[in-house]
Write a protein that binds this ligand. Structure first.
Ligand code: EPS
Length: 360
């Protein structure tokens, strides 16, 4: 499975091409609404106030409501792109923003919004993954979900999956939501931004997906998550906490009742173990701030930079559906690769039953 995206934040449209999709997957424009709505800006006061319809048009690869096996092409037209500061943005580099590195790589500047480096691009990853999620659920009973697991210094006081979709932060503990609202209101008024951590989980992944050297499941997941705008770190299972653990603690004891823990995050030797696949992703604070900062212009002069326009005070707030999308796309790719190499090897004994009882 190969996915590519195209288009700019302030161009006429953004889109994606999904190549290698099996035929026969039922797909309709309405199927995209839920996940695109979960990711969209402008739906609460805590995100960028850009209001996009994010309506998906299916341009190719689908006939009579089912994928044909040829590349699937999806398009979303931009309807609310209206930055006014192109001229100034084109002359300056925002510290912490990709406009400096894009300039060095390509030798020119596309100042329309964030251009290609805008988080607007992630719309199409979420759209592509709608197909992956359907296929994974129908063919393998695999489901993917996620939640915010830290915002700034704040961590959840409890964990309830039922709370996650009921608040604007994908926060897993409803009682903390009013405090988070106040925190975000104060942050927004101050003009600053903050980072966040997202945790995504796949249930129902069978043992055996992933490859032993190139294409390890954890390596592919790390690459996929790091390819999301603003990501600065990825952990699988216990992740960096593994550094302080003893081996006797980290290993996940096995019995006929199941695994006793899931420090491995469902992956051993780059191959799924049959436990929940658990990935945590660190998002940096948004770099486009109205607070002044020292930077350079294209002529090398030191200038004070102030970024106006509509920006997220915490881009991680909208990132849960994006991380879920990348998890689903990697899992579908690995499932297809596993089938291509190993066919249906069937159930191999012994298999530790069930999912880990340990939520992230
Ligand atoms: C973004 C900046 C803002 C956000 C945008 C992400 O847009 P603009 O390009 O107009 O400055 O609104 O997010 C979306 C529009 C979206 O759909 O996610 C950025 O710089 O990343």
């Amino acid at each position: 499975l190969r996915v590519t995206t195209f288009g700019e934040s302030h161009g006429p449209a953004i889109g994606c091409v999904i190549d290698g999709c099996p035929p026969g997957i039922a797909i309709a424009p309405e199927d995209f609404e839920r996940d695109l709505g979960r990711r969209a800006s402008g739906r609460t006061r805590h995100t960028s106030q850009r209001h996009e319809d994010d309506r998906v048009e299916i341009l190719g690869g689908v006939f009579e409501g089912r994928t044909t096996g040829t590349p699937v092409a999806l398009l979303v037209r931009n309807t609310d792109a209206r930055s006014k500061d192109y001229a100034r943005i084109a002359e300056q580099f925002r510290p912490g923003h990709a406009d400096y590195t894009y300039w060095h790589k390509y030798g020119h500047r596309d100042p329309r919004g964030g251009g290609r480096s805008s988080a607007r691009e992630t719309t199409m990853r979420v759209a592509a993954a709608v197909i992956a999620r359907k296929w994974l659920a129908e063919h393998h009973g695999v489901t993917v979900r996620g939640h915010l697991s830290q915002i700034g210094e704040v961590v959840p006081d409890g964990h309830d999956w039922d709370a996650v979709e009921g608040n604007p932060f994908f926060w897993p503990h409803a009682a903390q939501v009013p405090a988070l609202e106040s925190y975000m209101d104060a942050l927004r008024k101050s003009g600053d931004s903050v980072g966040a951590r997202v945790t995504v989980v796949a249930d129902g992944v069978p043992p055996g997906w992933g490859e032993p050297v190139y294409g390890k499941l954890d390596a592919e997941l790390a690459a996929a998550m790091m390819s999301i705008n603003a990501v600065k770190g990825v952990e699988i299972g216990a992740g960096f906490a593994s550094v302080a653990q003893k081996g006797s603690e980290h290993r996940d004891a096995m019995s006929r009742q199941g695994f006793a823990s899931n420090h491995a995050g469902g992956i051993l030797g780059g191959i799924s173990s049959g436990q929940q696949v658990v990935v945590s992703v660190a998002f940096k604070p948004t770099s486009s701030l109205r607070l002044p900062v020292m930077g350079l212009d294209v002529d090398g002069n030191e200038v004070e930079i102030v970024t106006t326009g509509r920006h997220d005070p915490c881009v991680g707030i909208r990132a849960t559906p994006i991380c879920e999308a990348m998890l689903a796309l990697v899992l579908m790719d690995q499932a297809l690769r596993h089938r291509a190499q190993c066919g249906d090897v069937g159930e191999v004994s012994p298999r530790v039953p069930g999912e880990s009882k340990h939520s992230p």
